[in-house]
Design a protein around this ligand. Structure first.
Ligand code: BGC
Length: 337
């Protein structure tokens, strides 16, 4: 009996030492994350990726687990994005973060990231899939901001500005704001919702608008510059208000207005660094801080918790368990606060 007990004790000690030694020899733990962006040079997305990188570093400092982000861009091609995701999966990555090219292609990606028993966590961000695709299986999330809220903030800013500076904004004094609208990409939820609700908010609050032009400049400063240039050729000084679905397009409009020494009240959304500079300089009348920083942090928290604990992160708040919506803020230029 005693012999058996001694043997068991030795076995336990040997096993413990083995576990200890093998743990000591383990390579540093790391998480491999594949990120695919719809396009390169998108200012707002650059802000989100920067925030993801900063949060990944912080995560490593606090837990000792490194989060390695491999970022690729899909150049506006869903086929290319699917290839990138496939490559990440073949390389055995632990999680995939996707800023979709085509919002209707989420199901393909969710299914690709299910390999046998393995359900690789997928975090979609900024370009929102339909709910059905998010709920297709466990460990699929969406991080973004509320498009309607940003539009309402933009609309409110215009109404506030009009109450204070109606005489400056209404250049021809006819009691109507003649406006143009620079829209983001066709089919993007933020472009559709922001365009609708911004105008609706202004009108609902009693300011009369007249649409002169509306067109899609694909979120892009150069496109907006060209489009606004054409509209100024046609309408000249009659353009009083420029509603923009994002800051980059607002900056494009401001570039051409400044170049031609013309004025109009320009409103953006995003609060990118360049947008904030224009706000500080009193060129941009207002923007909406869509909190790229918070979105980037949330993506890392959602995916690390999903990989390591197989559950939703407790550090962020979810709507319906799968959606993280960052808090957003209205920002006005200092000259009329
Ligand atoms: C941002 C845009 C950005 C787009 C990319 C929008 O939410 O406001 O600046 O270009 O997302 O998908």
């Amino acid at each position: 009996m005693k012999k058996i007990q001694i043997c068991m004790l030795i076995a336990i000690i040997v096993a413990s030492v083995w576990v200890y030694v093998s743990r000591e020899e383990e390579p540093p733990k790391s998480i491999q994350v594949g990120v695919s962006l719809y396009m390169e040079n998108d200012t707002f997305l650059e802000g989100i990726v920067e925030a993801m990188e900063a949060e990944a570093l912080l995560y490593e400092e606090t837990t000792g687990i490194s989060v390695d982000l491999n970022v690729s861009v899909a150049n506006g091609s869903q086929r290319e994005q699917n290839e990138q995701v496939k490559r990440y999966i073949n390389l055995g990555y632990d999680a995939i973060c996707v800023n979709l090219v085509d919002r209707t292609s989420a199901a393909t990606i969710v299914d690709m990231a299910e390999v046998g028993e393995r359900q690789i966590p997928v975090v979609f961000f900024n370009r929102e899939p339909v709910e059905e695709d998010i709920l297709r299986r466990e460990n699929v999330y969406y991080v973004g901001s509320e498009a309607k809220e940003s539009a309402i903030f933009q609309g409110n800013s215009v109404v506030d500005a009009y109450a204070k500076y109606g005489d400056i904004m209404d250049k021809n004094g006819d009691g109507i704001l003649q406006y143009v609208m620079l829209e983001g990409e066709l089919g993007h939820q933020d472009a559709i919702i922001r365009s609708d609700y911004s105008v609706q908010t202004i009108e609902d609050m009693g300011v009369t608008l007249k649409k002169l032009e509306t067109g899609t400049a694909d979120w892009n400063r150069q496109n907006a510059y060209a489009m606004m240039g054409k509209w100024l050729d046609i309408h000249g000084d009659a353009i009083e208000l420029v509603l923009c679905n994002n800051d980059d397009m607002a900056l494009g409009a401001l570039d051409v207005l400044t170049e031609r020494e013309m004025t109009a009240a320009v409103f953006g959304i995003d609060a990118t660094d360049a947008g904030l500079e224009a706000l500080d300089a009193g060129l941009l009348w207002a923007t909406v801080d869509c909190n790229a920083e918070d979105q980037g942090c949330a993506i890392i928290q959602v995916l690390t918790s999903s990989i390591l604990e197989g559950t939703a992160a407790t550090t962020v708040s979810y709507l319906d368990g799968r959606y993280v919506r960052s808090e957003i803020f209205e920002l006005k230029s200092e000259f009329w606060q």
